[in-house]
Design a binder for this molecule. Sequence first.
Ligand code: DQA
Length: 142
Amino acid sequence: MKILVLNGPNLNMLGIREPGIYGNSTYDDLVKKITDHCNAKGIDVECKQSNHEGTLVDYIQQAYFDKVDGIVINPGAYTHTSVALLDAFKSVSIPMVEVHISDVSTREAFRQVSYVSYAASRTIMGKGFDGYIEAIEYLASM
Ligand code: DQA
């Protein structure tokens, strides 16, 4: 089982950005939590982060050629704007779970739209870093 975990813009700033919303733990803490979990479960995982929409599209396309079984993505703000990410997921048809650390459903109106969700098998929000683990477990059970 091969899983790719993608994080979009500003998620490299975890621990610094808006700790009241996203917490005090860093991106490296997140990667360690995911890696430890996957090592214990025998899941092959790779974590990537980019602030650039096109780079995220490249990573999604590459996952097709690398025969990745499932993708977990927190697209950050691109969630609410990016048809390109949606089209990339539709191009590769790899099962995908969308994760948000915060509960976007209770935040600003502009966060209520998610283009990526049109291709998501599931959306998990408001569960902090645990949401990523839940997403991985969901993909592993598919
Ligand atoms: C986020 C929510 C988005 O609205 C925001 O732009 C982010 C992070 C989350 O994890 O809660 O960058 O995806």
